[in-house]
Design a protein around this ligand. Structure first.
Ligand SMILES: Nc1ncnc2c1ncn2[C@@H]1O[C@H](COP(=O)(O)OP(=O)(O)OP(=O)(O)O)[C@@H](O)[C@H]1O
Ligand SMILES: [Mg+2]
Length: 244
């Protein structure tokens, strides 16, 4: 199996709470893996650990066999260029305009681009996600759904090979959610790796090759797409976020 991200016996402690307990999984290249489970079970934390955005209290996370916590600056930059995240709360810079927010990844990872090229790229992505308002606004001037569109556009700007998506269709109207789903499916056809959190079973069913049920910070069970398709009761359990 071609693992693009591997988590090995990962623990994460926040103050006195053990949020993630002995989590191991190999995320396969070109596959979509859904993290599901009850609220507060540790899904977002596992996703951030897999993305190298949180440092495990114990255990290791590897990107293509290279331990993320011991990467050189250049290795880390290269990883960051290939991997993008849409955060559950969008996580847009509060004190920056949307233009500045969207320019930043391009300035960092494509320093050879001039301003006009950056603007063309930004406008092309915004057209794909269906954002039509001005770019001199700040995040607080947008609705939650509009912030999600910008967060998704930011994640797509550098054409990432790995997408980490945390409830990215939530707070969107049906047609915007469908639009973002189609963009993710396009990435899937492109053999990109997708690791996502969702409570929406329709999204899970359409995208996921593997489904990881997380309960109390632990990997409770792994399901494959085929198992879900075969067993309606299993599907219902996942939909309700209930451990089996
Ligand atoms: N930095 C932190 N400090 C304190 N507690 C934390 C921290 N990060 C996570 N937690 C706690 O860990 C638990 C899991 O949080 P997490 O956000 O990963 O859950 P989740 O499964 O994504 O939930 P939801 O479905 O509501 O988004 C929660 O109880 C949360 O309060
Ligand atoms: Mg979460």
């Amino acid at each position: 199996m071609d693992a693009v991200i591997e988590m090995k016996n990962v623990y994460f402690q926040a103050q006195t709470q053990e949020v993630v307990h002995d989590f191991s999984f190999q995320f396969e290249k070109g596959k979509a893996t859904a993290l599901v489970g009850p609220s507060g079970s540790g899904k977002s934390t596992v996703l951030k650990l897999a993305a190298g955005l949180l440092v495990p209290t114990d255990g290791d996370v590897f990107f293509q066999g290279c331990n993320i916590s011991s990467m050189t600056r250049n290795q880390n930059l290269s990883f960051r260029k290939q991997a993008s995240m849409v955060f559950q709360d969008s996580a847009l810079w509060a004190n920056q305009s949307l233009q500045q927010i969207l320019e930043l990844p391009l300035k960092l990872h494509f320093s050879e681009m001039n301003k006009q090229e950056r603007n063309e790229r930004i406008h092309a992505i915004l057209a794909q996600v269906g954002y039509k308002k001005r770019l001199d606004l700040r995040p607080a001037q947008l609705s939650m759904g509009e912030q999600k569109l910008i967060a998704f556009a930011r994640a797509m700007l550098c054409n990432p090979a790995i997408l980490f998506l945390d409830e990215w269709t939530e707070s969107l109207d049906d047609s915007s959610a469908e639009c973002l789903m189609n963009l993710v499916r396009e990435r899937q056809r492109n053999n990109d790796t997708i690791i996502f959190v969702s409570h929406n079973f329709k999204v899970i069913k359409q995208l996921a090759d593997y489904i990881l049920m997380i309960v109390n910070g632990q990997l409770n069970r792994l399901f494959t797409r085929e198992q879900i398709a075969r067993d309606e009761s299993m599907a219902q359990h996942i939909e309700k976020g209930i451990a089996l």
